[in-house]
Design a protein around this ligand. Structure first.
Ligand SMILES: [Zn+2]
Length: 557
């Protein structure tokens, strides 16, 4: 693999050796690290189930024992789809869950949970015989802030740091500033210096409690600092249902002079903090540089200048373990990687596990930015898998032919062929599917901005399922496609087995297809996938999405 960006194998190689050694010795997951499964245990169950499923999926009924899967060249659709199993994917998700459990419930960028996830992917892919590199990129880690009420009630509230906030830890009196909790809750709290008159901010640890409304957050915080506050809590106004949840905003530009910590709160938590005799503790730690890595695994092909890429982000949000977002895509790529490990592809296959997606697509953007034009020209296409097992799912394919949405970004030529292939797969499985906006709001953004044909799958995030969609895909109308989107409950249990099973096969199907030929996408001649397997034309999207019905999945902001 040609040098792309800065590789840092040393640190992780050592951690890996240690992890492997310890695991082998203790047969226990080392702190934070979890050993890669050898696909042994669940093989039998997979075999039995595989055989049953095979008939349903139009594959030969003779799914091999899983051990055979690792050792043989799975170069036909039947073989690959027989070896990629739900059990295998779930095992990787279970490993990510164990990693989160061992690291404070998160696998967010900059945390030990992410580092351990990297170690797990590296170990799994090296054990499967892929060439693995780590691509390092700069990252600023912002530790999660803390907002605790101490009196008259003891509680910890969800909070966030306002852009432009200072840092520090303050424990002291909470002093409400001209707040109005009585409906209709009109508020000019903290907008005038006069609001602070008569309030005692002379102490060393005074916390101003300010309500959203009328003027900029920056004006409010600057006035509080000028009045002598050592920290500020800004809570949502509560004057209508859309202004009740946790509020996190920016102090800039009007609050450019603010140097004290400023955190947000919901209306309910702000009301609790407004009680007489209220004291609280606020902690905002300084951001720090914590370089992160993407994991890049490659299986060389005969044509090393026509690289087939597929990727999934490996990080979670800070608030939870991210087992659907995006343990589902990361685990499916691992399972497909293991299954294809003995393949002799026509085209080089490159799989990527991205870092810091939730902080703004940072890992994938940094990776693509590190490539020379010559390196970019070697990439035939990019497939993205971000959230493919949502519990209340609908099947969606990135809509590069714009049948459901007008794409807000340029759609590189060849992308529609990728959409067609995924749609053909769902048609083959008699699965209804629909369009997800080709928005570029996931890790394919940098690829399409560099003209690389792209596509991918998505099963939905915070948008509620419509009654029509519930009649087509089942599930619960009115409930989010993923009720635990970006929450602590995005755990191993937050999953649809059926969606994940179908989509893991869709990932394998596409990667195998393009490993043999990308001619439909970029005109480069290849070969047919061995074996006889007919691929139907797409049946057509259900047409239940559009103008905001699909892809609202974005990074945490
Ligand atoms: Zn995601």
């Amino acid at each position: 693999m040609s040098g792309t960006g800065h590789t840092v194998r040393r640190r992780h190689a050592l951690a890996l050796a240690l992890a492997g050694l310890l695991t082998a010795v203790l047969l226990l997951p080392t702190a934070g690290a979890v050993a890669a499964p050898q696909k042994a245990k669940s093989a039998q169950t997979a075999k039995a189930k595989g055989a049953a499923k095979a008939s349903a999926k139009g594959r030969t009924a003779t799914a091999p024992p899983a051990q055979a899967c690792n050792k043989r060249n799975n170069n036909t659709y039947q073989k690959v789809l027989g070896c990629v199993t739900l059990e295998g994917v779930r095992e990787h998700q279970a490993a990510f869950q164990a990693i989160a459990d061992a690291n404070g419930g998160t696998r967010a960028a900059g945390t030990p949970g992410y580092d351990a996830s990297v170690d797990y992917v590296v170990q799994t892919m090296e054990a499967a015989g892929w060439n693995v590199e780590l691509h390092e990129f700069p990252f600023t880690y912002v530790p999660p802030p803390t907002l605790q009420q101490l009196t008259p009630v003891s509680a910890t509230y969800e909070t966030g740091i306002f852009t432009g906030s200072g840092t520090g830890t303050v424990t002291g009196n909470v002093i409400p500033v001209d707040i109005n909790l009585v409906p209709p809750r009109a508020s000019t709290s903290g907008c005038e210096a006069a609001d602070f008159a008569g309030l005692n901010f002379s102490g060393p640890n005074d916390i101003a409690l300010i309500q959203r409304g009328t003027c900029d957050f920056g004006v409010k915080a600057q006035n509080a600092q000028n009045a002598g506050a050592e920290a500020v809590i800004i809570f949502n106004q509560g004057n209508d249902p859309t202004r009740e949840d946790l509020i996190i905003g920016t102090l800039l530009p009007t609050g450019a002079g603010v140097t004290i910590p400023v955190v947000g709160a919901s209306f309910a938590d702000g009301s609790a903090l407004a009680q007489p005799g209220s004291t609280a503790r606020i902690q905002v730690d300084p951001a720090e540089s914590r370089p992160q890595v993407n994991v890049i695994a490659e299986l060389p092909g005969k044509n090393d200048d026509n690289v087939v890429m597929a990727g999934a982000h490996l990080d979670s949000v800070q608030r939870g373990p991210g087992i659907n977002d995006n343990g589902s895509g990361s685990a499916a790529l691992l399972e497909v990687g293991q299954t294809l490990s003995k393949l002799k592809p026509e085209n080089t296959i490159r799989l990527a596990w991205w870092g810091a997606e939730e902080s703004g697509l940072i890992g994938s953007n940094q990776y693509v930015a590190s490539l020379s034009q010559e390196e970019l020209d070697r990439i035939a296409l990019y497939l993205n898998f971000d959230m493919i097992g949502s519990p209340n799912y609908i099947f969606m394919v990135y809509d590069s032919d714009e049948s459901g949405f007008t794409a807000p970004v340029p759609v590189p030529a060849g992308s529609t062929a990728i959409e067609d292939l995924f749609e053909s797969f769902y048609t083959l499985r008699n699965e209804p599917y629909d369009d997800a906006e080709f928005s570029g709001r996931s890790d394919y953004q940098a690829f399409i901005l560099n003209g690389i044909p792209s596509g991918g799958l998505f099963t939905g995030a915070e948008v509620p399922k419509t009654p029509l969609q519930a009649t087509i895909w089942g599930g619960v109308a009115g409930q989010q496609y993923d009720p635990c989107y970006h929450l602590a409950c995005d755990t191993y249990a937050n999953n649809s087995d059926h969606a994940l099973e179908v989509n893991s096969d869709a990932v394998a199907f596409a990667v195998l297809t393009y490993a043999y030929s990308t001619q439909t996408v970029n005109g480069v001649r290849g070969k047919r996938v061995p074996g006889n397997f007919s691929i139907p034309a797409p049946a057509g999207p259900e047409g239940t999405v559009g103008s905001g019905g699909g892809d609202e999945h974005d990074e945490e902001s």
